[in-house]
Design a protein around this ligand. Structure first.
Ligand code: SAM
Length: 332
């Protein structure tokens, strides 16, 4: 089985799979309030997703992240986690993980552990219940807090992801860093990316993390460290808490040169770059044959087209997104 090496010599070893485009939140930087979702008939079955993921694992994927939409709102999603867990047992897969908004974690935390999940990313942009409701439009903070507690009790390692939004959480990031220290969570901050039409102006939301780091440095001792999780974050150690703080900076510092990822949607469309529209349809070759030859050939052809990187721009003269699809389609 050939490994997946792109035209720039980067080996693809990380697959992110958006198992549904549906979500129980409507975060203002992610979706518009009035979203049209995919008809259920377009969505791959969990068995088909398992077959696709397994094909990628045979081609060298070592790290698999399920995302969405909200992965934990897909019906019977635990059966996919459980099936994929077999690749951890054989050692073919090194890590199975997920990105979640935490709303369903109280129900699923222990089961995730029994499927082999050890680390999870939970997205949380504020610790203030009113502001949380405002940014998610539909979310309830106490439900997420309950989910975090359940995940901790189940023994999951937790990293919080927060999108830095100007005028919304910039004044709160110091407190969040302190709180994460107390809870023994790492924290990663993310710059907002121009993906999909939203109801607000991106330039108003955009907060460069170079600015955030400068402000945080006034109160915390931040030291660069070479720590890597396979994703795009660059980490510092926070001396006062002993925890790590990550920065994902698609806008101020392009990280594409070390990109090892591709993204699969719940319809079987493979995006070779989060910020580009070029894609490959894997559903057709998947369904065309029970053997995987056609599928493998389609994957190889797609990897041969992986672009060098994204070209994101957010400024006042340009409110057009880099892609028409929202982050909820490709997953984070
Ligand atoms: N529902 C899950 C969650 O909330 O984590 C998984 C999907 S969500 C699309 C994945 C991550 O993408 C979240 O951390 C979210 O905050 C982030 N995100 C969504 N839209 C974004 C954007 N335009 N720019 C940067 N991050 C974004």
């Amino acid at each position: 089985m050939t490994e997946m090496i792109d035209p720039f010599g980067r080996m693809v070893s990380y697959l992110r799979v958006s198992v549904t485009d549906r979500c129980d939140f409507r975060c203002v930087y992610c979706m518009s309030e009035d979203m049209t979702f995919l008809p259920k008939t377009d969505v791959l079955s969990l068995e088909e997703l398992d077959r696709l993921c397994s094909a990628f694992i045979r081609k060298g994927v070592k790290k698999l992240r399920l995302t969405g939409g909200e992965p934990l709102v897909r019906r019977n999603i635990m059966s996919l986690f459980r099936d994929l867990g077999r690749h951890l047992e054989t050692g073919a897969l090194e890590e199975l993980t997920l990105t979640t908004n935490g709303s369903q974690l109280s129900r699923f935390a222990s089961e995730l552990v029994s499927c082999g999940v050890r680390r999870i990313n939970v997205s949380l942009d504020t610790l203030d219940a009113d502001k949380f409701h405002k940014i998610t439009r539909w979310g309830k903070l106490d439900k997420v807090m309950g989910g975090l507690k359940a995940a901790q009790d189940a023994g999951l390692q937790i990293k919080l992801n927060a999108v830095a939004v100007r005028g919304f959480n910039d004044m709160e990031l110091d407190d969040m860093l302190g709180w994460c220290g107390e809870q023994e969570f790492d924290l990663t901050l993310i710059e907002t990316m121009p993906l999909g039409e939203i109801d607000e102006v991106r330039a108003d939301q955009y907060l460069p993390l170079s600015e955030v780091r400068e402000n945080l440095s006034k109160n915390w001792t931040l030291t660069d460290i070479p720590y890597k999780t396979g994703g795009p974050a660059r980490y510092v150690n926070v001396e006062e808490t002993g925890r790590k703080l990550g920065f994902i900076t698609p806008m101020t510092h392009n990280f594409c040169e070390s990109c090892n990822r591709v993204r699969l949607t719940c319809t079987g469309t493979l995006y070779m770059c989060l910020g580009q529209d070029d894609a490959a349809d894997l559903r057709q070759p998947l369904r065309a044959s029970e053997a995987d030859e056609l599928l493998n050939a389609a994957i190889d052809e797609a990897i041969g087209r992986k672009p060098k990187g994204h070209d994101f721009i957010i400024d006042r003269t340009n409110n057009t997104p880099a892609t028409t699809r929202h982050m909820s389609v490709t997953g984070g």
